[in-house]
Write a protein that binds this ligand. Structure first.
Ligand SMILES: [Cu+2]
Length: 151
């Protein structure tokens, strides 16, 4: 691979990206990289008008990599990490557009360590999942937003 006149092995480049950007997209063995950043960082903030659920459900919303209610783009078969720091708002995945009390519709396929407010969720979505679903809080309504899953 040629970069600025330097010949760099792809593996070394990937390692460098891990250090500088914290992301190789999980696309090991020369496969395609992830559609989005990896890991994702999920935090909370009082909703403003940029959140898709502003004025609906809980006044606090989930924030993805600094974007209120940001869309999470994933690719089937890739492994993703979600670094969660959402005190009092346990994060999970669901086809339910609202989420809220009792973790309705909780997706468990390929998911490890969800329902947390601090720590890391690991998720390897497979082709049994819908093309669109949601990340939400399992206590309050309408805190998260959409996950788009690509083949
Ligand atoms: Cu919540």
């Amino acid at each position: 691979m040629q970069i600025r006149g330097l010949s760099v092995p792809v593996g070394a480049l990937c390692l460098a990206m891990l250090v500088s950007l914290a992301g190789c997209g999980g696309g090991g063995n020369g496969g395609p990289g992830a559609a989005g950043p990896n890991p994702f960082v999920i935090t909370i903030a009082t909703k403003n008008a940029t959140h898709p659920y502003f004025g609906q459900g809980d006044p606090v919303g989930l924030v993805v990599d600094g974007v209120q209610g940001g869309v999470i783009n994933l690719t089937i078969g890739e492994t993703y990490m979600f670094i969660v720091n959402t005190p009092s708002h346990p994060v999970y995945f669901t086809p339910d557009a609202v989420g809220g009390a009792g973790f309705p519709g909780r997706i468990t396929t390929g998911v490890q360590n969800d329902q947390i407010t601090s720590g890391t969720i690991t998720f390897t979505p497979d082709n049994t999942l819908p093309a669109q679903f949601f990340y939400q809080c399992g206590v309050h309504d309408n805190m998260g937003w959409m996950v788009m899953l690509s083949p």
